[in-house]
Design a protein around this ligand. Structure first.
Ligand SMILES: C[S@@+](CC[C@H](N)C(=O)[O-])C[C@H]1O[C@@H](n2cnc3c(N)ncnc32)[C@H](O)[C@@H]1O
Length: 547
């Protein structure tokens, strides 16, 4: 498979692994109707750290990702800002990426790579799907990068989206009216929709349903001379001439054969039929056999077309929505929510988690709420947006004043029975931060420790018992964390005999994994008590073998 080379690729390729996990801290003052949030989250922060922070809880659980990253047009004023230790990449940090920047594609690809890798880890491994909006500036590069990250076999389609009608003042006189939506999916993703077909049940075919299908084909008599004949109903003698634009789909010879088999229906055959020319009869059993062969199910399926329906709207519709909600166009080029709603309509169902890590004006959240309202579903959204200042309104912080505000206004305007929690990316959970004395609260650290120990997210957060250092159970193992977010207290904590005894009596026969700053028990005692000790913070990045 051809792969794309770009400056910094070898440095960046595994960068997502060294990005430290961070805490996610809930801001109760910025959530909205939290009693109706049902898991909806707006996360304020850089999406690189935010996605990594979401990983312990949401890794492998997201059904659908939609992202609309900066397109690298040279006009977005985006800045490469990732904390990479390489001197080559450090030179790029903090400088705006403009049109004439000779490394603009390299920078953009270095920015996208670790984010796409984390997004891939968040997707459901069996049937997750990702849609990425992009225009001609980076489409070709992105396609090759995605082939490498998601796998060429996961490529579904490049869906064209018409964003506007033609402009006249454009270079070369060609108006680029199309943007693309790259789609990649895991092996069991299926977008096709079940087709409700109406069958007739009549006495002449007992126990067998049938439907009608067109008996003509879009060919002229010159192209298909053998199918250009006048069809005669053998029962009534009525003649049905061929059409000059569409001849019959059968030849004279095959007509006779099909008629004998009952495959041709004439207008006079049944009183309840309202047809004016002969039609083709398709039996229900034929449809089922065909569907079974093609899709492994007897249900008839209609494929989703890459030709998007008109109702998905264009950029002007997204702008109009923003203007109506805010009274002015506070955000440029918001996607119409109808576009994202359409993508979600064929890719998600009740209960699915939908993620947008370049949330902008929050269109994806709006689309999720609208679709839920329409079909009674219970999908959840996770949006991530950087708290940067808006170009258009420099006094506005995009995440708080635009993304959050858009969601609130949409909920009120459309009467959605919905709400969301507001989270912020907090401090890094790495050795350096701990050693510097910045200690995370017990619960986020406990959740993270559980993820380190098991590779799974802790579903029952309520079960965390900080007083007894209990984090959670995984199979036949109990995980404990001897920890306190007060440095003076932490320095006094260790796994000693009393604590080990208390854990042992709580955990019965289960194996114990105990994270603690120090251990006063020797190897023999630990083994006798079936306790595995893991030192914090130095072993923070070591996943238990086999977990
Ligand atoms: C093209 S806009 C998305 C527009 C969105 N689809 C809508 O309909 O409103 C891209 C957004 O991603 C945000 N963004 C860019 N880099 C980011 C990062 N590293 N972390 C989080 N957000 C980021 C920008 O602030 C901007 O709001």
């Amino acid at each position: 498979m051809p792969t794309l080379q770009f400056k910094g690729k070898n440095i960046i390729w595994n960068h997502h692994m060294s990005v430290p996990y961070h805490t996610l801290e809930k801001d109760d003052t910025l959530g909205f109707q939290e009693d109706k949030a049902n898991g909806n989250l707006l996360v304020e922060g850089d999406n690189l750290t935010a996605l990594k922070a979401l990983l312990p809880e949401f890794g492998g659980r997201v059904k659908c990702i939609y992202i609309d990253p900066p397109y690298n047009t040279g006009e977005e004023h985006w800045v490469y800002n990732d904390n990479v230790s390489s001197p080559v990449l450090r030179e790029w940090i903090g400088k705006e990426v403009g049109k004439d920047d000779l490394t603009k594609h390299d920078k953009w690809l270095c920015m996208m790579t670790p984010r796409l890798k984390l997004l891939n880890e968040l997707l459901k491994p069996d049937d997750g799907v990702i849609f990425i909006s992009i225009d001609d500036n980076e489409q070709a590069n992105l396609k090759l990068l995605c082939d490498e990250i998601f796998g060429e076999e996961s490529f579904v389609a490049t869906i064209p989206w018409r964003k506007r009608t033609a402009k006249s003042d454009v270079p070369f006189g060609v108006s680029q009216d199309i943007e693309w939506i790259l789609c990649y999916a895991k092996p069991n993703f299926f977008a096709g929709q079940k087709l409700e077909r109406k069958y007739y049940y009549t006495d002449d075919f007992p126990g067998e349903g049938w439907r009608l299908s067109d008996l003509t084909t879009l060919k002229t008599p010159e192209e298909r001379p053998n199918s250009a004949f006048d069809m005669v109903d053998p029962k009534t003698g009525k003649v049905y001439p061929y059409s000059e634009k569409r001849v019959w789909g059968v030849t004279k010879e095959t007509f006779d054969e099909y008629y004998q088999k009952g495959k041709i229906v004439f207008p006079d055959d049944y009183d309840f039929l309202n047809i004016t020319k002969p039609a083709y009869r398709v039996f229900e059993s034929e449809d089922k056999a065909k569907a079974l062969k093609k899709y492994g199910t007897e249900e008839a399926i209609r494929a989703v077309s890459t030709l998007l329906p008109k109702e998905v709207g264009m950029t002007k519709d997204g702008n109009k929505e923003i203007t109506e909600l805010f009274g002015s166009k506070v955000f440029d080029n918001a996607k119409p929510y109808t576009l994202i709603k359409y993508l979600l309509s064929f890719s998600t169902k009740d209960g699915d988690i939908i993620l947008d890590s370049f949330a902008g004006s929050g269109t994806t959240g709006h689309a999720v709420m609208e679709l839920n309202k329409e079909d009674g579903g219970n999908r959840r959204f996770i949006l991530v947006q950087m708290p940067e200042n808006s170009d258009k309104e420099p006094d506005k912080n995009i995440c708080r004043d635009i993304t959050r505000e858009r969601l609130v206004r949409a909920i009120k305007k459309y009467g959605y029975e919905s709400g969301f929690e507001y989270w912020r990316v907090g401090q890094p959970l790495d050795a350096q931060t701990l050693l510097e004395g910045q200690l995370p609260p017990y619960n986020p650290f406990a959740k993270y420790v559980y993820f380190l120990a098991t590779g799974k997210h802790l579903a029952d957060e309520k079960g965390i018992d900080a007083k007894h250092y209990f984090v959670g159970t995984y199979g036949n193992e109990d995980i404990y964390l001897i920890y306190d977010d007060d440095m003076a207290t932490l320095q006094t904590l260790a796994l000693n005999y009393d604590k080990a005894e208390a854990m042992r009596s709580r955990s019965g026969q289960k194996k114990i994994i105990a994270y603690a700053p120090a251990c006063f028990l020797d190897e023999e005692m630990l083994s006798e008590m079936k306790i595995e000790f893991v030192s914090i913070p130095y072993s923070l990045f070591e996943r238990k073998s086999g977990a």
